[in-house]
Design a binder for this molecule. Structure first.
Ligand SMILES: C[S@@+](CC[C@H](N)C(=O)[O-])C[C@H]1O[C@@H](n2cnc3c(N)ncnc32)[C@H](O)[C@@H]1O
Length: 350
């Protein structure tokens, strides 16, 4: 039987990846040893899937497993009430933020929401609530509307990732579990006693995970949305990462107070990040690393983004070296989210 073997530290991000790609086999139990977690998988047939799993540090192995008896398989339950076409519409599964499952069903399945939600609740005891997306992520705070569907009526998620825990209101703050791999990737790049700036900090995941893994680092986290900032302050306490200094306000204003402070600047605001290249530069020490997340056209978008960064460097007389570009996820039919890691080198005396 196929399992994905993954070190415990990376288990949460692997689980997210498997759920997102509907690969987790819910009929078998997850196995844990002192150092590894073994996730049962349905199929790893394609080369693309194998690359995805191995790229996230997972090893595909064959081992003995045990069937789950305590919970039912939700797709199995639904196949009794949905026809084959409706089942096909369900392939994307659901997003899971700890206790809250988020469904996004097509109009065709709108009248089946309650049945789908009941099956999800019955299939996983840790899920208390099922809500549905009721709009796109929008506005400067990047939040989305949701509709309550079933279970306990709450919008407060308690979500664990890479050894940290985050509590937040899904209606009032942005949170994406799709960035969990990115958070562990950036975390692994942080060096001893670094100064790390996280503008656009949300409820604190990048800042807190870095502080937890690097107690000798100094981390600042800047957030404009008061609800997200308040959750971040609570999450800092919850994770005992008092070394994170949280600021409420606009990066444009707060960056100036930390001019030439950061060894590393993490810019996780893909919609508008390119409007903040000045702030990344202001925050940077003479030499620093920037991780900028952005949406771009799948065709030619990476080159265009690099060109814009090069032009900014030229206009502001600093050197730039591109270290890495990674596709984080597909975003829309023609767009992808990418991250560009680049080094800023300011001129002597600048
Ligand atoms: C896409 S979210 C990223 C949240 C978080 N980093 C994460 O990974 O979950 C972008 C965040 O930037 C915040 N934001 C937008 N404009 C801002 C600004 N000018 N200054 C500070 N924060 C800002 C939004 O409120 C939002 O929480």
């Amino acid at each position: 039987m196929h399992y994905i073997k993954i070190p415990i530290k990376k288990a949460e991000s692997m689980k997210t990846l498997l759920l997102r790609n509907a690969l987790l086999d819910r009929k078998r139990k997850v196995i844990r040893s002192t150092r590894y977690v073994y996730f049962p998988v349905i199929s790893i047939a394609g080369a693309k899937t194998k690359k995805l799993i191995e790229g996230a540090s997972g090893a595909i192995i064959d081992r003995e497993g045990t069937a789950r008896t305590e919970t039912a398989d939700y797709k199995g339950m639904l196949s009794a009430v949905l026809d084959a076409d409706e089942m096909k519409d369900l392939t994307s599964g659901y997003d899971l933020l700890g206790n809250i499952a988020i469904i996004d069903v097509s109009d065709k399945l709108a009248d089946k929401e309650a049945v789908i939600a009941k099956a999800i609740l019955a299939s996983n005891k840790s899920i208390t609530t099922v809500i549905a997306k009721a709009g796109a992520v929008s506005g400067i705070y990047r939040v989305r509307r949701f509709r309550y569907i079933s279970g306990k009526r709450t919008y407060i998620a308690t979500y664990r990732e890479n050894g940290s825990v985050f509590v937040f209101d899904v209606r009032k703050t942005f949170f994406s579990n799709r960035l969990s791999y990115e958070r562990s990737r950036i975390n692994a790049l942080v060096k001893k006693a670094e100064h790390v700036a996280v503008p656009f900090a949300g409820v604190g995941p990048f800042a807190i995970e870095i502080a937890k893994a690097h107690p000798d680092a100094k981390v600042i986290a800047i957030e404009l949305n008061k609800d997200a900032y308040d959750s971040m302050v609570k999450n800092i306490k919850l994770n005992k990462t008092g070394s994170v200094k949280a600021y409420l306000g606009d990066v444009k204003r707060i960056a100036k107070r930390h001019a030439s402070w950061a060894d590393r600047v993490v810019m996780p605001t893909p919609k508008t990040s390119m409007d903040f290249l000045d702030e990344a530069l202001v925050l940077s020490k003479r030499v620093s690393t920037v991780h900028i997340y952005l949406f771009c056209d799948a065709e030619g978008g990476i080159q265009k983004a690099k060109k814009a960064i090069r032009a900014h460097a030229k206009a502001n007389s600093y050197g730039v070296r591109f270290n890495n570009v990674r596709v984080v996820r597909p975003y829309s039919k023609d767009e992808i989210e990418i991250v560009i890691d680049y080094t800023i080198r300011k001129k002597e005396g600048a």
